[in-house]
Design a protein around this ligand. Sequence first.
Ligand code: HEC
Length: 146
Amino acid sequence: MKRCIALALAAVIVGGAPLMAHDDVTNPAVKARMQAMVDISLASQWLRQMASEKRPFSKPFAEKSVATLMARAEALPELFAAQERDHASEAAPQVWTDREGFLAGVQAMEKAAAGVDTSSAASISATLKPLLDSCTACHKTYRISK
Ligand code: HEC
């Protein structure tokens, strides 16, 4: 029971919903793209936590989070190139039927990540919204939430 509470707390501290373990994903190509999203999700949560001072501000850590976002975003076009399937995947068919729109979504995220000002907690807070909006915008069309 104690362990459960500790785990639940850890999930809250990491930022909301516990992230999926991907043990049930059998297609390695799908696993790789889901893992990229998990990395993106973690990096954006760290920035959010620093912005709201739930996590102590650290400039190197903030810079590393932005670098992770940029690197993973850069990999998305390739990771989502082939229409790989898996029962656990949440990718909508539009990823492949509207590739141009999907790539525009990736670009929007890259631009928003580059625009995060990592000088202070307050500056992250003031510049983070476009990044979080870019997640929602893409998920609305290209991700099916299960
Ligand atoms: C260009 C489109 C796009 C952008 C931008 C995007 N995502 Fe995603 N995201 C997806 C798609 C598509 C999936 C489903 C992938 C699958 O299951 O095959 C996904 C899945 C996820 C998942 C679930 C991963 C898992 O374990 O299955 C998380 C968490 C996530 N995204 C977080 C984020 C966050 C946070 C951001 C913004 C910082 C973001 N995403 C930006 C398209 C995007």
